[in-house]
Design a protein around this ligand. Structure first.
Ligand SMILES: [Zn+2]
Length: 193
């Protein structure tokens, strides 16, 4: 299966790589949503997802206090969130910039991305720049609202949310987003982007 996906993606990705240095995931195809580092050509470094994360057990938390290994789309949500963090952190200037959490959800043909409302101004600015550069939709953070809650507030029909935080969702987001609103949240436990 992976080999089949790779054979389909490779020509497409090479075509992208030759004309576009920006993040290259066409968001509106089902094939691209399942893309992982393992499927990507080894030669394109910055345009691919992180290899360490691909070896980490991606976890999705569902309502009813259940956790599962991420399916392909949930995993891509996490990797998009993490990739935005990873690109932005090059421009972080203060240690507190690093504590921001990025959240991503795929709906209506694009990724919608935001950060924890209490993030530093620089963290917000740098993540927003990366989101816009990638062609994704930036959701303006609000107050001290957590990223996954903010996405659910703005996109009530979001069915799955990925976050960059290695500790996963906090108890409040588990209660409100996962349990009450029945929207799974996914993350790479222990992985620092
Ligand atoms: Zn939270």
């Amino acid at each position: 299966m992976k080999r089949l996906v790779a054979s389909l993606l490779l020509p497409m990705m090479l075509a992208f790589a030759s004309c576009n240095s920006a993040p290259n995931m066409p968001a509106n195809t089902s094939a691209s949503r399942g893309q992982t580092e393992a499927d990507a050509p080894a030669s394109s470094s910055e345009t691919t997802l992180t290899p360490q994360a691909a070896d980490t057990y991606c976890t999705s938390r569902y309502w009813g206090n259940r956790t599962y290994e991420c399916n392909a789309s949930a995993r891509t949500d996490v990797e998009i969130a993490g990739l935005m963090y990873k690109r932005a952190k090059v421009y972080f200037t203060n240690s507190s910039d690093y504590s921001t959490t990025v959240g991503a959800t795929y709906i209506f043909g694009n990724y919608y991305i935001t950060v924890y409302g209490g993030s530093t101004a620089n963290a917000k600015t740098q993540i927003e720049k990366q989101v816009r550069a990638a062609g994704y939709q930036w959701v303006t953070p609000s107050g001290y609202v957590h990223a996954e809650q903010r996405l659910k507030d703005v996109q009530p029909y979001a069915v799955s949310i990925g976050i960059s935080n290695p500790n996963g969702p906090c108890p409040s987001c588990i209660q409100n987003v996962v349990e009450t609103q029945q929207t799974p949240i996914s993350w790479y436990p222990g992985y620092y982007w």
